[in-house]
Design a protein around this ligand. Structure first.
Ligand SMILES: [Zn+2]
Length: 397
């Protein structure tokens, strides 16, 4: 079946498989058919996907490395990697260090990255580095990383040790995760050095201090902002002004975020992302935020997808203003996909269905909790699209 795919697609499938199962996946694939064998033989990039951790075998990796010398190398040292000081691993890594010209992607600890220098990584386009940045000496940055466009920093123990040498206008994708910054100061510093950011991700951050109001940093090129499981991130979000956003997602355990404040700020004419197409606010809204959300989405004429859920049982009635706003066709006139995990009366939702029936392509709401079977049937009767209840196992689906 797979060998009927175009060779370049099949090759990509094999790349993904090797990232998951290691190079040991290839020999049996070669035996499946002549086509499979030909694709493997003609795809040298497969040998360059190197994962330095169990369950892969150092002997197998050694053989792989021999074949990877002519390939682009995509290197990964997972959290369950080989012990860094094990002799055989050290020898293997030393060999990899002779091939740094071939590295195009690397996921490493700061300790391993410190074994080379920026000037030896001329083609590295994606770098995911984790651990204490103080283990990475300034001497690493003997030049810029000229090809780097995607940077992820995680498990940074002390934010004071940031290395500005990583940051350049060439970077379009930046991720910061799994750390507890004392303030937003260093993030501001980083963002000010990344004027061409297209995609920005924050994941599992916990800020210590109450924010202080500062003027926002304008990220004119930013299209995609994702904030997942971040605590006390109000200050961080208030510092971002991204008028050209297309996708905005804030979700998951983001407690103590003052969404009313953020939405009010982001509704200002200088910040409003009038081309925003997808908005997801999942588990971050209180009922009292809903009026601010309405004011925000009223200014989003291009919105196609809206996903909203609440994270607080107080003030749930206040979400009515959102339902009423969505029943106005002039609010988000391009809306096609709607997912509301908020308490609502099906009779109120019927007006949404009536007025938006021509454009909506999928709807997910609390159908069974908000009214009778007849009301749910009437709701469905206006929509010729995929309608589902938020429940996992519901007779309304
Ligand atoms: Zn249900």
């Amino acid at each position: 079946m797979l060998d009927t795919l175009p060779p370049e697609i099949f090759g990509r499938v094999l790349e993904i498989a090797i990232e998951i199962w290691g190079i040991g996946f290839l020999p049996p694939v070669r035996l499946v058919s002549r086509t499979c064998n030909d694709v493997v033989a003609s795809t040298p990039s497969l040998w360059g996907i190197i994962t330095l951790g169990r369950p892969f075998d150092l002997t197998v990796l050694q053989k792989q490395l021999e074949r990877a010398k002519q390939s682009d190398i995509r290197l990964s040292y997972p959290r369950k990697g080989f012990p860094m000081r094990e002799k055989r691993f050290v020898r293997l890594f030393d060999q990899l260090l002779t091939l740094t010209d071939n590295w195009i992607r690397a996921e490493l600890t700061t300790e391993l990255l410190a074994k080379t220098h920026a000037s030896r990584l001329p083609r590295l386009s994606s770098l995911d580095v984790r651990g204490n940045l103080e283990l990475l000496p300034e001497s690493f940055f003997d030049s810029r990383l000229p090809a780097l466009h995607s940077l992820a920093l995680s498990h940074v123990r002390e934010m004071d040790g940031w290395r500005t040498g990583f940051f350049s206008p060439h970077i379009t994708d930046f991720t910061l995760g799994f750390c507890a910054p004392r303030s937003t100061t260093l993030i501001r510093q980083a963002l000010s050095l990344l004027p061409n950011l297209y995609s920005l991700h924050f994941e599992n951050l916990a800020f210590y201090h109450v924010f202080t109001a500062q003027s926002p940093i304008k990220l004119a090129a930013l299209h995609h902002l994702e904030v997942i499981n971040c605590l006390h991130a109000t200050g961080l979000l208030l510092e971002i002004c991204a008028p050209n956003l297309r996708v905005l997602s804030i979700r998951g355990a983001s407690t103590n975020i003052e969404m009313a404040l953020i939405l009010a700020d982001w509704s200002q004419p200088t910040c409003i992302p009038t081309h925003l197409q997808s908005l997801e606010l999942w588990d971050v809204l209180k009922g009292s935020d809903s009026a601010y959300l309405v004011r925000y989405i009223e200014r989003l004429p291009s919105l196609i997808r809206l996903m909203v859920s609440h994270n607080d049982l107080d003030g749930l009635d206040e979400f009515e203003v959102l339902v009423h706003a969505l029943a106005k066709p002039e609010v988000c006139p391009m809306l096609e996909h709607l997912c509301l995990d908020i308490p609502l009366h099906t009779v109120d939702a019927i007006s949404i269905a009536k007025l938006r029936r021509k454009r909506l392509r999928s709807v997910q709401i609390q159908l069974c909790a908000g009214g009778t079977q007849e009301e749910a049937d009437e709701f469905r009767s206006y929509l010729a699209c995929d309608v589902r209840c938020m429940c996992l196992s519901c007779s309304f689906n």
